[in-house]
Ligand binder design. Structure first.
Ligand code: ADP
Length: 650
């Protein structure tokens, strides 16, 4: 392309003139001239022409020698040699040693211009190739650098999720920050609890003693500025530096570490010596690393909190006086606290994952976990008694909590013994009172008022007597007396019980209905106690049902169980009282005033049904509409086997 600079070196003035003034310039090239090799070389070095045309044969330095120097010095200027006719061989040699082209004298204008164009265009494409190669190499370098950055970030990401040691992760983050940005040193500063100072949590290339004693006031330091504003800072030597750092640096990048919009510290790299400045890209890299550090710190804090809570829970479970056993859905032990381990003589604490049945021998606890009941009493070999309660725990399994009730059992026994003794001892004087009161009328005339007083005394003594009878009964049942059982036909028992109370119902004009099938299978029970159950339930039904009401007794067999119900159309039991009516001495709020009673009848019924006969009892009642008591007992089959009554929350 014309306009390029061509240096013509020839000792022959005519030749220079011809080439420069008659051929090259008129064709639009800029030209320089030299008449010998040495001058030509100097000019070539200074003016950096695009092409040299040198005569082969010049005194002192030949064209070939000049060309060799140009090549050796890497000036990158192509050389065309002009040779005399007859030295073509030499010229070809020169070509092999790097000369761009040669012309043999005499040559035409076209030949010279042709050689010039060819050489310049070859040089141009060579330069283009070199430039492209350089660009390619630079792009490759950048790609490698990006790859390294991505790899480092990915590695740090993995460390953050895999390594629990926070110091280790933070050190890696700072190290990566220094490596990726080519900085001299790096640090990760965190705010202390008072938020007045920053301390160095991790560092690279800082003296240990410096790190240990490093304290930076948040208020007036550059890092403090980043914490306060939440903005990154990038400083190079030219940036006006108003905010102090703890040490002098030439260039630095600080990025904020943010946990849910709250800045907790700073990640920074710097150079103390003049040198490489940091870029926005470095800042972005640092921010990405900083975000990883934040995740690691956040994770570590969460982990520490969970760990603290877990330890707290463990201490509570360890120190509690209640035994706690937790199993998963497959009945594998998850936890057994020391109280539970001591109670069941389990020496090893390492029981997690084992089947509970292989570890705990207690039949009662096994039955709890097997779902046979929700609550039971466990008597240990050493005589201690535990109240064991099963609780399902969503997504975990089931837990049994064991409460030591030995002292309560003892108190209960003492109380029962006391009540039995006192009740027994009271009977004789009461019988005497009743006897003498009856004799009063025989001892002489009694007026109307005295007769009324005698009736009241008799009524009160009878009340006390029935209370004592109930108490003694309860004592006997609870101590396991009268527990001999035999196959018992409930139809017969029902009839006897109803016969005993028919007069009472007739007095109140109530309809008493029995609904018991002839072929009802027998239950395995104690007949007098069964009769007592029915008598108590019927007595209540008649008592708490107004004149003209209905009382019905039904019995039926269902899937190996006998269901007995006593239904009345009476006043019902308020829902708030229902959970307590089986407790000793409890009387519902709507009955206390107007009806005589001890509050012991249903306790006796429950004791007989549940404790003596492994049955269940519950009440359904609507105030103002009526009440149904349902008793479930195991049916007795020919083999003497009885199907257990399923557990319920009652
Ligand atoms: P009581 O001697 O008071 O009848 P119970 O133990 O037999 O004692 O009954 C406890 C309480 O349950 C009674 O005081 C009464 O409030 C209530 N109750 C029992 N049966 C019935 C019933 N059929 N209808 C209404 N209330 C009843």
């Amino acid at each position: 392309m014309p306009g390029e600079k061509i240096l013509v070196i020839d000792d022959s003035r005519e030749m220079r003139d011809l080439m420069v003034n008659y051929i090259l310039r008129p064709n639009g090239y800029n030209t320089l001239m030299a008449e010998n090799g040495a001058d030509g070389l100097t000019l070539a070095r200074q003016a950096a022409p695009d092409l040299i045309i040198a005569d082969m044969k010049m005194p002192q330095m030949t064209g070939l020698e000049l060309a060799q120097i140009v090549i050796r010095e890497g000036l990158g200027i192509p050389v065309i040699l002009v040779t005399a006719e007859g030295s073509e061989e030499l010229a070809k040699l020169a070509l092999r040693s790097g000369v761009a082209d040669y012309l043999i004298k005499p040559f035409s204008e076209e030949e010279l211009l042709g050689a010039v164009r060819r050489t310049l265009s070859a040089a141009q494409s060579r330069r283009e190739t070199v430039r492209m190669q350089a660009e390619l190499a630079a792009a490759h370098q950048t790609a490698l650098q990006r790859l390294k950055e991505l790899e480092t970030l990915a590695n740090i990401g993995r460390e953050v999720t895999a390594v629990l040691d926070l110091d280790q992760v933070l050190s890696k983050v700072v190290e990566a920050a220094v490596n990726l940005t080519g900085a001299e040193e790096g640090s990760l500063l965190l705010q202390d609890e008072t938020a007045h100072e920053l301390t160095m949590r991790a560092s690279k290339n800082f003296e240990d003693s410096f790190v240990r004693t490093f304290r930076l006031r948040s208020q007036d330091s550059l890092a403090g500025y980043v914490v306060r504003t939440g903005e990154a800072v990038l400083l190079d030597e030219n940036s006006p530096q108003k905010i102090k750092t703890a040490y002098l640096v030439h260039s630095l990048v600080y990025v904020p570490l943010k946990v849910r919009e709250r800045v907790i510290g700073v990640l920074g790299v710097d150079n103390r010596r003049a040198g490489r400045a940091f870029t926005r890209h470095d800042q972005r890299l640092l921010q990405a690393l900083g975000d990883y550090a934040v995740i690691a710190i956040d994770n570590a804090n969460l982990y520490a909190r969970t760990e603290r809570e877990r330890a707290q829970l463990e201490t509570i479970l360890r120190e509690t006086e209640d035994g706690v056993i937790v199993v998963d859905a497959q009945n594998h032990l998850i936890l057994m606290n020391p109280t539970a381990r001591t109670a069941f003589g389990v020496n090893s604490a390492d029981i997690a994952g084992r089947d509970f049945a292989g570890v705990i021998r207690s039949q009662e606890v096994r039955e709890l976990f097997q779902g046979k009941s929700r609550r039971t009493e466990v008597t240990l070999d050493d005589g201690r008694v535990f109240n064991a309660h099963l609780t399902p725990i969503a997504d975990v399994g089931r837990a049994v909590v064991l409460q030591d009730i030995t002292h309560l059992k003892k108190l209960d026994r003492i109380k029962s013994e006391f009540v039995t003794t006192v009740s027994h001892d009271l009977r004789s004087p009461l019988t005497a009172i009743l006897g003498y009161v009856e004799l009063l009328s025989r001892a002489g005339p009694i007026n109307e008022q005295q007769a009324e007083f005698i009736r009241r005394v008799q009524y009160s003594v009878q009340s006390i007597t029935s209370l004592i009878t109930d108490l003694l009964d309860l004592g006997r049942i609870e101590s396991g007396f009268d527990s001999q059982k035999e196959p018992t036909h409930l139809g017969l028992v029902v009839r006897y019980a109803v016969d005993g109370l028919r007069a009472q119902a007739e007095n109140k004009h109530q309809t008493l209905t029995i609904n018991v099938p002839e072929n009802l299978p027998p239950v395995f029970a104690n007949p007098p106690r069964m009769r007592q159950v029915l008598a108590n339930l019927l007595d209540n039904a008649i008592k708490y049902t107004p004149d003209g009401g209905q009382v019905t007794v039904t019995a039926r067999s269902d899937d190996g169980l006998i269901l007995l119900t006593v239904t009345d159309s009476g006043m019902g039991i308020p829902p708030a009282d229902q959970p307590y009516i089986f407790d000793k001495f409890y009387r519902a709020s709507n009955s206390r005033q107007d009806f005589a009673g001890t509050g012991l009848g249903l306790s006796i019924v429950k004791s007989i049904v549940v404790n003596q006969h492994d049955g269940r009892i519950w009440v359904d009642s609507r105030p103002g509409e009526g009440t149904t008591f349902t008793v479930v007992l195991p049916q007795h089959d020919a083999n003497g086997q009885a199907k257990p009554v399923p557990a319920s929350a009652n």
